[in-house]
Design a protein around this ligand. Structure first.
Ligand code: C5P
Length: 302
């Protein structure tokens, strides 16, 4: 029987440490980026079609580009080119990850479409080749494929897996509208102009907290060098951060380039309390409890 549909589930991420170095000659920044995959997922379903076509469903579907710029489309085209396959495929994205929120939703769709097309077309790409294509697509895409927890160096695409000794509970406060990642990095450059930006590094305390599964210790070690830039572009996020910590979160920070804010909480019960308080505060559009680590891109069936 020929394959008619393949579905892949891909997680969102939060950066528990995003250390940003000075701008490089190519415009990117060297990072020490500690990624943690979280249990908010997009599902990518691919089916054979005459031409490449993308559709998207979910509450924020209208904000997702359905043209060739979508990372899912770019992933399919890259894989097809490398293997001499016609990229005739219908890619459907069932979107649950906040759009342009700093949670790697676009990257997740790129990694998901790549894995799904590889299965649909039986191209049999090796893990190394898939990771190479992911790195070509974007700095966060390799992590979406791999999931779990990892340290990303270079521009974030060179991954070293990290051990996680327990389950961490989070609440993600989703803001109205997105923030452009290049704009946030440009604001980082503006805010640090003339300053001596140190080489990025992950702290031993943070890596220990992950290894031991100690939420209290992780709360003390969370840090995002892009946070001042995101707050500068979106000052209202300070109110969201204050509301989450006032509601009992162990700590809060901007997720990646924002504007989603992430709150680490003690347990599942605290997640529901903090999510309710964040919603009631009126400082965010929605508040989503989630857990980490979560697995990377996973084939669900065909
Ligand atoms: O790699 P990706 O396409 O996700 O990057 C989007 C933008 O974010 C880049 O064009 C760049 O402006 C910025 N960026 C950066 N340094 C990184 C990763 C991303 O400056 N390490």
């Amino acid at each position: 029987m020929s394959t008619t549909a393949v579905t892949v589930r891909v997680p969102a991420k939060v950066n528990v440490r995003l250390a940003v170095g000075a701008a490089r000659p190519d415009g990117f920044h060297d990072l020490a980026n500690v990624f943690l995959a979280v249990s908010l997922y997009d599902e990518i379903t691919v089916t054979p079609a005459d031409t490449l076509r993308i559709t998207c469903s979910g509450p924020d579907a209208d904000q997702v580009p359905l043209d060739a710029t979508n990372l899912a489309a770019r992933a399919a085209v890259r894989l097809a080119e490398r293997h001499g396959v016609a990229p005739g495929v219908h890619i459907h994205i069932a979107k649950d990850i906040p759009v342009a929120g700093g949670m790697a939703g676009g990257s997740a769709d790129g990694a998901g479409a790549l894995l799904a097309c590889d299965a649909l077309w039986r191209t049999g790409a090796s893990r190394e080749e898939l990771l190479e294509i992911c790195a070509e697509l974007g700095s966060d895409v390799p992590f979406s494929l791999v999931g779990g927890a990892a340290l990303g160096t270079g521009r974030g695409e060179r991954l070293t897996p990290l051990e996680v000794g327990g389950t961490f509970h989070w609440v993600f406060a989703v803001a109205d509208g997105g923030l452009s990642t290049p704009a946030v990095y440009a604001e980082f450059d503006r805010l640090t102009a003339g300053a001596d930006v140190p080489a990025p590094a992950a702290s031993p305390a943070l890596l220990d907290a992950l290894r031991t599964g100690d939420a209290g210790a992780l709360a003390g070690a969370l840090a995002n060098d892009l946070q001042p830039a995101a707050l500068s572009l979106r000052p209202s996020l300070a109110g969201t951060l204050a509301a989450g910590t006032a509601a009992g979160a162990l700590a809060g920070l901007v997720s990646g380039s924002g504007p989603t804010t992430a709150f680490l909480v003690k347990d599942e019960e605290a997640a529901h309390t903090v999510a309710g308080a964040l919603l009631a505060s009126g400082t965010c559009r929605t508040a989503r409890p989630a857990m980490s680590p979560a697995p990377g891109a996973t084939l669900l069936g065909r």
